[in-house]
Design a binder for this molecule. Structure first.
Ligand SMILES: Cc1cc2nc3c(=O)[nH]c(=O)nc-3n(C[C@H](O)[C@H](O)[C@H](O)COP(=O)(O)OP(=O)(O)OC[C@H]3O[C@@H](n4cnc5c(N)ncnc54)[C@H](O)[C@@H]3O)c2cc1C
Length: 505
């Protein structure tokens, strides 16, 4: 299984079966684009409801953030319940909590029903203040949990050797191996006659009277009544470019020495917070530690975030060996809750996005909402999370918008001596944006010395991409589109890659 960065996540060692299916049908009830936790869970759910689906991915299942997650299944969110009560009211917060309990049960039932071996376990979450100044925030979260009925208690100890001022224990959490989980669901889906196509980027579609058509790379045209963008962020230019902010988060996995098995998940209340959890696998016990998030494209020295995380982990944990490190992307919504449901102003098109760091739960919850909508059933939950809601509350992290002219593919000739010198000065394994008159090149020199030059203008809305040295990618700071050194699109909302530049010295 491949992922959208060069660092291998802990989950990539799972041996994913080749599940791309052989089928001749061209017409479906629903086409789902994106085979992460959202698309895969939804495909299986729709199949179980008798709805014929085609599931497509531009690469392979798990290529997106599902392959780079830390896979906590939580019943609370980055937007805390006191914030949700403030922004949406107590009834809405209670509604969300009940649906969250249903979602955690739903994941567990999927595992049991489909006999999926995915290191699933249940545990408690320990949320703590690391400094006195965070006590009030913790108290507010605790009070909100009491108010809406989420089992939470004050505790004097936590199962991690990390100092804290005050701590609470939130019951009813779970965790698993995300790739083994989606592979298990996919196998069941394929065995039940489901259709899956990999390596098929969907750039565009037609939405005519009661019929949506998409054309794949190999020129096959598929039609369906409904289309679901399970692509983590909906592609193209739409209102979600202004309602979502892309962030990167960093993760290390530490192998722990043999000893009595430990259980638990925890986080402090810094912004960005440090989060960690135990993970039991067949070959031993691990600690997964994450944090040091930043807005995509904003940091030149992304390696420093790994260094900071490793230093923080060294200060707080005893371990035998660091076995994996990677970074991955998430999208924060403007009001703290995800957008799941009908795409505004489009007929029979659905989206599920803006999960923040809670996509295991929200990505699964999408399978409780979208099938109902497809069957024309509105629920209080679908109304709460409707993508059409107007609640641009500024309390969530800032959401960026930028409109710039898009520059099309270009040929660079008559480079100035300064530009040639700047390109020459790029070291092996270094990437840099090099400017020339009114244009800019995204230039990367590989370890053998070959130079790869791309148009640095993101094809989505015209922002200039930035080099991410730790994942070897070009990341757009405006809406989070990402590209590899050959220009191939890794993450949307762009639907095309960066164009190659022909240099004429
Ligand atoms: C470091 C990190 C840790 C996290 N930890 C947690 C956690 O502990 N718990 C939790 O609940 N959440 C966590 N999250 C968030 C969670 O992992 C994500 O929200 C979730 O994985 C998103 O799943 P998805 O299926 O919606 O999208 P993805 O997994 O990103 O899948 C989208 C798929 O769409 C495909 N695609 C995109 N565009 C196209 C196109 N045009 N044509 C065809 N295919 C396309 C991609 O190839 C990809 O496979 C974390 C996020 C990060 C970054």
């Amino acid at each position: 299984m491949t992922r959208d960065g060069i660092n291998r996540s802990f989950w990539q060692s799972a041996e994913s079966p080749n599940l791309s299916s052989d089928f001749i049908d061209l017409a479906f009830d629903t086409i789902i684009v994106g085979a992460g936790i959202t698309g895969v869970t939804l495909a299986k759910e729709l199949q179980d409801r008798g709805i014929k689906c085609l599931l497509l991915d531009k690469e392979n299942p798990g290529f997106g953030t599902t392959g780079g997650t830390t896979a906590h299944i939580n019943n609370f969110y980055d937007a805390s319940y006191n914030e949700i009560i403030d922004n949406f009211g107590e009834t809405a917060a209670q509604q969300l909590l009940l649906s969250t309990f249903d979602t955690v049960d739903y994941i567990r039932n999927n595992i049991i029903r489909n006999r999926i071996g995915c290191d699933f376990s249940v545990c408690d979450f320990f949320l703590f203040s690391a400094e006195k100044e965070q006590n009030e925030q913790l108290d507010q979260i605790y009070a909100a949990h009491q108010q809406i009925g989420l089992k939470t208690s004050r505790v004097n100890s936590i199962p991690f050797n990390v100092p804290f001022k005050k701590a609470i224990r939130i019951e009813g959490q779970a965790q698993f191996h995300p790739i083994k989980y989606i592979d298990g669901l996919l196998s069941a889906y394929i065995n039940g006659g489901g259709a899956l196509l990999t390596n098929q980027i969907i750039e565009d579609y037609d939405n005519d009277e009661n019929k949506i058509s998409i054309k794949t790379k190999d020129k096959r045209i598929f039609t369906a009544k409904n289309l679901v963008w399970a692509t983590h962020t909906p592609p193209g230019k739409n209102r979600f470019n202004f309602l979502l902010a892309p962030y990167r988060s960093y993760v290390v996995v530490l192998k722990l020495s043999e000893g009595s098995p430990k259980a638990g998940q925890a986080a402090d209340l810094y912004d960005p917070y440090h989060y960690f959890r135990y993970h039991h696998a067949e070959d031993g016990q691990y600690l997964i530690v994450g944090g040091f998030d930043h807005k995509t494209g904003d940091e030149k020295d992304t390696e420093r975030h790994f260094d900071d995380l490793k230093q923080w982990a060294d200060e707080h944990f005893d371990y035998d060996e660091l076995v994996a490190q990677w970074s991955s992307q998430y999208y924060v919504s403007a009001d703290g809750l995800p957008y799941i449901g009908r795409m505004p102003d489009e007929r029979n098109v659905y989206i599920a996005t803006g999960y923040g760091g809670n996509g295991m739960t929200f990505g699964s919850m999408a399978s409780l909402i979208i099938p109902d909508l497809i069957e024309d059933k509105e629920t209080p939950l679908s109304k709460l999370l409707s993508p059409a809601r107007v609640k641009p509350i500024a309390s969530a992290k800032s959401v960026v918008s930028e409109g710039v002219n898009v520059v099309k593919h270009f040929v660079m000739d008559k480079l100035s001596p300064e530009t040639i010198k700047e390109l020459d000065d790029i070291s092996k394994d270094e990437g840099k944006v090099v400017r020339f008159e009114d244009k800019a090149l995204a230039a990367y020199r590989d370890r053998e010395g070959t130079l790869f030059c791309l148009n640095s203008v993101c094809p989505h809305m015209g922002c200039t991409v930035a080099w991410n040295p730790s994942e070897h990618t070009w990341d757009c700071p405006c809406h989070g589109s990402r590209f590899d050194v050959n220009g191939n699109m890794l993450n949307g909302p762009a639907t095309k890659g960066l164009s190659k530049v022909d240099l004429h010295f």
